[in-house]
Design a protein around this ligand. Structure first.
Ligand code: ZN
Length: 82
């Protein structure tokens, strides 16, 4: 069994201001987590593949946003259209 990490299929876009984490998706796109970090409640995620974003809540502490963003990156199969 191989444990090799799949290389992104697309060029990594510029990193926006406030980027905390960037997950690569199943199809090689990215899910960005932005905000003010661990102790702030304004962290959110958005997917550069399908355009989905964090909801329920839209913004929260990083410990809430991080696993949702990672789960989306694992499930999302959209490729960037740019
Ligand atoms: Zn997505």
């Amino acid at each position: 069994m191989t444990t090799a990490v799949r290389a992104p299929a697309f060029t990594e876009p510029d990193r926006p201001k406030g980027l905390l984490i960037r997950f690569v998706t199943t199809s090689g796109s990215y899910v960005d987590v932005t905000g003010h970090g661990e102790h702030a409640q304004d962290n959110r995620w958005n997917c550069l593949g399908c355009g989905d974003t964090s909801r329920s809540p839209e913004q929260s502490y990083l410990f809430n946003i991080r696993p949702d963003a990672n789960d989306h990156a694992t499930a999302c199969r959209a490729i960037p259209l740019t």
